[in-house]
Write a protein that binds this ligand. Structure first.
Ligand code: MIC
Ligand code: SF4
Length: 640
């Protein structure tokens, strides 16, 4: 067996082991972050349990830490109090980014983890089977329920050789993205194997697994070996080490070979992580901003590499450079080693150890700026500036370019590899409620400020549907297009307010038009191309459309987490049987579905009538029995 098969078999509760078949797996650990967490815990509360049942649940606050106005602070108070009540460990704002912290302090090889954030697969760096999910799926797992995925196909990435100075993990994952792109990989797991694995430290492995999310795969995974043991021992967690390897005769559905020695620095050009080019092809292009950090590249290894490259030098005068460490551990160690001073002296802006710039929460570039960033997503407008050109690069390329003021290949600077310490600085004081973890404090007060709203309730699926194709969008529509973050992020806990911004970057009139249809007794249909719902796990991209009366998404293909979120909020995820019908349906067309409920109940194809154009077309919703039940009830919550 390969590693994926081993871990999944050990956690299988029900369901098949044939690729594509739905399997229910036991979840050992859960994590949430604040921007998806409030809704996750509101849904957990409504399940009526007295405490969490998973082995471990941690609530991180890392996204909304800027606190302009009362909203974010209200969220924090709610999250802190609900964690105490139900036995969840609470990571205070300022402690760091969830994925970096979880890897450092809680992850265990061979365990399963789901998190209400799409970059949860970062845990694959230490051999965890870690997946992103919508908030309600995490709430169910916190309550002890299983998580459902399609039994995956595996892509085995065979690593040979060793990275040359100036080339790093980011270049490895960009190579994989160049090969596989950001669509068409649903239902797969990427497993890394081969002699090159031993040459990569845990932070590098974590970077590779983190950005595997951009492929749209279920997760990515490394074996757990001596390198993993050394990392866990240095974290004071040697007892958590479990060796894990694929069997010698393990097979993969396909194999992709990467010779690490032959890799060169790469970049993802605007506006997709799959738009991969060489740094050499961009060399000399003027750069306005360089942002280093995010859950992809904010480890001690990464930030120290940058500090060493900037030591005794100054960043170019006309470039803005920001650095955000991934955790307090990283921050403190740099400070103790005098490297914070190095970064300050070189002219960097030192940012909070949080998501920050990555989600457009601050540090938006200026109009038309070229911004180099070490994070994982460069979707249009995600930085907060629609006209900005965001390129995703390694920390080494970012540092070399910051010095040059233009795109620069870091190899001539020959950055030396950073070795990890024998002992990281350990300080868990910003993790609260470890003593009551898993038990909670029954009856403890839950604090609900005015920013804490309610989860909208769905209604059962009607027999027939009269609707409008309220919006028609193209390929690769991300959840950042559907439900923008950045300046709107603080409305996450207030669905009626946040719903004003559904599709804002694409068509700001959507909200009003959708509500008007709803007022006229018509449902709303979203028509989309390939790979609808790429990117984040935010269930708001389903919850807010549901609130506005969206009942169907009809697309050429839909990404895994978003499809699950649509089902969880009672929206039927439909796929065109004939993709050519996409071209025939226009925005504004009246759409009718007779016998919709019966088709879902029977698991048959659905015939939709375009009354405006006067033709019928067929769509399919590939749903398990469990998913059909949720859709018919108007959402998962109604079935729990
Ligand atoms: C992101 O990177 O897009 C986020 C913000 O971390 C999201 C979660 C969210 O929207 O709250 C993710 O990746 O799932
Ligand atoms: Fe935070 Fe960015 Fe990572 Fe999302 S991708 S968890 S916003 S750092």
């Amino acid at each position: 067996m390969n590693l994926t098969q081993k871990i999944l078999s050990a956690h299988r509760v029900a369901g098949g082991t044939n690729p594509g078949e739905e399997v229910a797996i036991r979840i050992d650990q859960c994590l949430t972050q604040d921007a998806t967490g409030t809704m996750a815990y509101l849904q957990f509360e409504s399940m009526g349990l007295d405490r969490v049942r998973a082995e471990l649940a941690v609530s991180y606050v890392d996204h909304n830490t800027v606190q302009v106005g009362f909203e974010n602070a209200d969220d924090h108070d709610y999250l802190q109090s609900v964690a105490r009540r139900y036995g969840v460990i609470y990571s205070k704002p300022g402690n760091g980014i969830c994925h970096q912290l979880h890897l450092e302090r809680f992850g265990i090889p061979g365990k399963t983890l789901i998190g209400s954030d799409s970059h949860t697969p970062t845990g694959g760096g230490i051999g965890m089977f870690a997946m992103g999910a919508g908030g309600i799926d995490v709430a169910v797992a916190m309550g002890g329920g299983p998580f459902h995925i399609a039994w995956p196909r595996t892509i085995g990435v065979r690593l040979t050789g060793a990275l040359r100075p100036g080339v790093s993990a980011k270049d490895v994952i960009l190579k994989v993205l160049e090969r596989y792109g950001t669509k068409g990989n649903v239902g797969k797991v990427v497993e890394y194997f081969g002699p090159g694995v031993a040459t990569l430290d845990v932070p590098s492995r974590a970077t590779i697994c983190n950005m595997g999310a951009e492929l749209g795969v279920t997760t990515s995974l490394f074996p757990s070996d001596d390198v993993t043991r050394a990392f866990l021992e240095a974290q004071g967690r040697g007892a958590d080490f479990v060796p894990l390897a694929p069997d010698a005769d393990a097979t993969y559905d396909e194999i992709f070979d990467i010779d690490l020695s032959a890799l060169e620095p790469l970049a993802a050009a605007p506006h997709s992580p799959g738009n991969v080019v060489t740094v050499a092809s961009l060399a000399g292009m003027k750069v306005n901003q360089v942002m280093i950090g995010s859950c992809t590249n904010s480890s001690y290894r990464d930030i120290k590499t940058v500090a060493k490259m900037l030591e005794g030098k100054r960043v170019a005068a006309d470039v803005e450079v920001g650095i955000a460490c991934g955790s307090r551990q990283v921050f403190r160690m740099l400070a103790d080693e005098g490297l914070l001073s190095t970064l300050i002296a070189s002219g960097c802006r030192i940012l909070e150890n949080a998501c920050g710039f990555c989600i457009g929460a601050h540090m938006s570039p200026s109009t038309n700026a070229v911004s180099l960033r070490t994070n994982n997503r460069n979707f249009e407008a995600r930085s907060g500036t629609k006209s900005a050109q965001v390129y995703l690069v390694s920390p080494e390329t970012a540092a070399a370019s910051a010095l040059a003021g233009a795109f620069a290949d870091p190899r001539p600077l020959a950055p030396q590899p950073v070795s990890l310490p024998e002992r990281f600085t350990l300080d868990d004081s910003m993790f609260l409620y470890r003593d009551t973890a898993g038990v909670g404090v029954p009856g403890a007060e839950i604090v609900r400020g005015p920013n804490i709203g309610e989860v909208p309730k769905g209604t059962p699926l009607p027999d027939d549907l009269a609707a409008v194709a309220t919006i028609k969008v193209g390929d690769k529509i991300t959840t950042d297009h559907i439900m923008p973050a950045g300046a709107r992020l603080k409305f996450r806990s207030n669905v009626p307010l946040y719903a004003h911004y559904v599709f804002e970057p694409v068509d700001a009139t959507f909200h009003d038009r959708a509500l008007a249809n709803k007022g006229d007794g018509l449902a709303n249909v979203i028509v989309a191309g390939e790979s609808y719902g790429q990117g984040s796990s935010r269930e708001h991209a389903a919850m807010c459309p549901m609130f506005l009366g969206v009942r169907l998404v009809v697309a050429k293909s839909i990404e895994r987490i978003h499809k699950a979120n649509l089902v969880n909020f009672g929206i039927v995820p439909c796929i065109f049987s004939d993709p050519a019908d996409y071209d025939r349906v226009a925005q504004g067309d009246r759409i009718v579905a007779h016998g919709l409920r019966a088709a879902i109940e029977g698991g048959t194809a659905i015939t939709l009538r375009d009354e405006t154009k006067d033709f019928d077309f067929v769509v399919t919703a590939n749903l398990s029995e469990r998913e059909r039940k949720a859709i018919l009830a108007g959402g998962l919550l109604a079935t729990l």
